[in-house]
Ligand binder design. Structure first.
Ligand SMILES: *[C@@H]1O[C@H](CO)[C@@H](O)[C@H](O)[C@H]1NC(C)=O
Ligand SMILES: *[C@@H]1O[C@H](CO)[C@@H](O)[C@H](O)[C@H]1NC(C)=O
Ligand SMILES: *[C@@H]1O[C@H](CO)[C@@H](O)[C@H](O)[C@H]1NC(C)=O
Length: 622
């Protein structure tokens, strides 16, 4: 064979091989709207360590390009695909309905994922854990042919001990079977629907958060819960893999790198110790302390913030307190949707961009609305100083869960609380939103409020955010558009009664709309057709800003005169057919007059200060 012949033989063989593997290669599919980050994601997405409060050095990301194929039904799980890659390349993590996935398919409920990976040889004396941060909704992992238990729930972690299933001297093949019923079952879904309409959006299916491997010693820390209060008391609960109460040591390091406390305790039994002279965590000075925790050969890095959340009367009004002071909570309804990634932000920078915008306005809180974010979101809130109201993702609004579905909702609620309760920024949990999936008679609120209180006595509970309030939890929360109705007796409604015994907030208000040109809109006809359902649409930004100012005046007066302790403005960004964000859905247009809003927001904290709230000093931004 001559050189030229040989070259064409090689080329032919190569292309034959490519055809044999027959996949559609990974490429971003043009979404109905993109962002500045869409085409920067590449094929190495989310390289950051995914678990900021339980970090070990020995870990490896499995994110990247995997292969994927649609399946037909749950029966396919008994019939895994044979050797070789699947039909299409796909980006992990992503929602298969998103442009970033490379698929952008809207009608697939069952699917297979496939990838190959190697495990470092240096891990040979360790246990190997495989983690999925979130897969929507049911998922079953098969490693080298070994089928693991099926996981339920689209917002929670999966950790599998795969030590016995992986080899360190070659390639490991992993298959993941996913079933996402979205609308066809009564399960926690938040705003997802296969038939989007105005305030309900395109769903997310599949592996939408990070996948990674970790090496741990045989005896290791499985779970680390830390709650630190403003007096310097640290409460630690460590669950060990052996469950035998092994000795553990916790070291606390301040912002300057100085060791300020070290304490020995036992795993599998809660213990407390004190740190002297701590700087508390506030939204305007979000001081964090690093932690090192050891158990035998296992060492993990973590962090905490010292703050206390409580409820008490201040000048005769029931208030939420942060570190003993009434701090007016002012934030946005933050849904965490992206036109290119849907539930998965394109990258860390994009995710944190939204939060930095909020800080710049002077918001001190976000209401994470019926969605659970990657852990790095909560770490960013801890670092930036944004209090988080964390909602449980609701089940669909048009169905009442039966007993079994209710039990599953409760199970997933407990998981959400347990997986997030060490983030200092989270100040309260919301169980139900606007009656969605809530039974009529108040029974589930009473039960679920008790369940959450027992799991986490360090935070407040908003049992029902809007409507169908039967008197449980710490808040009475009135939703109204556009004008706020916040802690005011005369806006009492049969389903949302004024209740001076509990803290008055406007868990939703605002939603002032303003249409934009097509290049900033989610370019889907059904969505554009629902734009008129936006609560109010202003012709221009001058009237938009005027309307916002009027609403700020209302809120300020309700704070000065009545029992308003916080409010949630709808919303951070546009989402699909809703054009009422501070930012458009692509994050390229900011509607508010920043200076006016900054002054108005500051005036809310001043109004609260006039009622015994935390004093606002010049230059201090919450
Ligand atoms: C890897 O190790 C296993 C178990 O020792 C052995 O059966 C297998 O042949 C080895 N594979 C390779 C590729 O060396
Ligand atoms: C705290 O830990 C983080 C993450 O490991 C590290 O980047 C930072 O430098 C540490 N801070 C101090 C003061 O030690
Ligand atoms: C909003 O703007 C889009 C794009 O210009 C247009 O198609 C749509 O009709 C507008 N909707 C409303 C309610 O103004």
């Amino acid at each position: 064979m001559r050189a030229a012949q040989f070259r064409s033989w090689v080329l032919l063989t190569l292309s034959a091989l490519q055809t044999a593997s027959a996949q559609t290669k990974y490429e971003v599919q043009t979404p109905p709207l993109d962002t500045d980050w869409t085409y920067e994601v590449g094929t190495d997405p989310w390289p950051e360590h995914p678990r900021p409060q339980l970090r070990r050095d020995a870990w490896q990301s499995l994110n990247g390009v995997w292969t994927w194929s649609a399946a037909k039904s749950n029966d396919d799980l008994n019939n895994p695909p044979g050797a070789g890659p699947l039909d299409h390349e796909v980006l992990v993590p992503s929602c298969i309905e998103s442009g970033l996935s490379g698929l952008q398919v809207l009608d697939v409920n069952h699917m297979w994922y496939e990838t190959n990976f190697e495990v470092p040889k240096s891990w040979d004396s360790q246990k190997v854990l495989l983690h999925f941060e979130a897969v929507d909704y049911r998922s079953t992992v098969i490693i080298n042919g070994a089928k693991k238990d099926t996981h339920r729930g689209g917002y929670s972690r999966i950790t599998l001990d795969v030590t016995e299933d992986v080899r360190l001297n070659g390639t490991n093949r992993m298959l993941v079977f996913v079933h996402d019923p979205t609308d066809t079952e009564v399960i926690p879904v938040g705003k997802q629907t296969v038939r989007p309409s105005h305030i309900f959006y395109r769903p997310c299916s599949g592996i939408w958060q990070q996948v990674w491997l970790e090496a741990v010693p045989a005896d290791h820390i499985e779970r680390l819960d830390v709650a630190s209060n403003a007096d310097g008391e640290v409460t630690v609960n460590i669950v060990s893999s052996s469950g035998d109460g092994a000795d553990v040591q916790v070291t606390v390091v301040d912002q300057n790198g100085n060791e300020v406390a070290t304490h020995s305790g036992s795993a599998d039994k809660q213990f407390t110790f004190n740190v002297d002279g701590v700087s508390p965590w506030w939204p305007d000075s979000p001081t964090l302390y690093n932690l090192t925790v050891t158990l035998g050969d296992d060492e993990v890095a973590s962090y905490t913030g010292f703050r206390t959340i409580s409820k008490s009367e201040v000048e005769g009004v029931t208030r939420h307190l942060l570190n003993g002071e009434f701090v007016f909570q002012f934030g946005t309804l933050d849904q965490g949707y992206w036109p290119d990634g849907l539930h998965t932000p394109p990258n860390l920078e994009a995710m944190v961009y939204d939060l930095k915008v909020l800080k710049d306005f002077g918001f001190n809180m976000v209401r994470k609305h019926i969605k659970v974010e990657p852990d790095l979101f909560y770490e960013a809130c801890d670092r930036l100083g944004l209090m988080v109201i964390q909602d449980m993702p609701s089940t669909r609004p048009d169905a009442q869960p039966n007993a079994e579905e209710h039990a599953e909702f409760r199970r997933q609620l407990e998981i959400m609380v347990n997986e997030h309760k060490s983030y200092p920024s989270i100040v309260s949990w919301t169980i139900y939103n606007e009656g969605w999936g809530q039974l009529d008679d108040g029974q589930p609120e009473e039960e679920l409020t008790k369940v959450v209180r027992e799991l986490d006595p360090t935070r407040l509970i908003n049992s029902v955010s809007g409507w169908d309030d039967h008197g449980f939890g710490d808040y009475h929360d009135n939703h109204n558009y556009a004008h706020p109705q916040c802690g005011t007796p005369f806006y009492s409604r049969p389903k949302t009664p004024y209740d001076p015994e509990r803290i008055g907030i406007a868990g939703e208000y605002g939603g002032i709309g303003h249409n934009v040109s097509i290049e900033h809109l989610w370019n889907v006809k059904e969505a554009i057709d629902t734009i008129p359902e936006t609560y109010e649409i202003n012709e221009d930004l001058e009237s938009y800003n005027y309307r916002a100012m009027v609403l700020f005046r209302d809120l300020r007066e309700q704070t000065e005169r009545f029992a308003c302790s916080g409010a949630v403005y709808t919303q951070t960004t546009d989402v699909e057919g809703e054009v009422n964000g501070l930012l458009t859905y692509d994050r390229r247009v900011m509607r508010p007059d920043l200076k006016q809003w900054q002054d108005d927001i500051q005036s809310l904290y001043e109004a609260a200060a006039s009622r015994g709230g935390r004093p606002v000093s010049k230059g201090r931004k919450y």
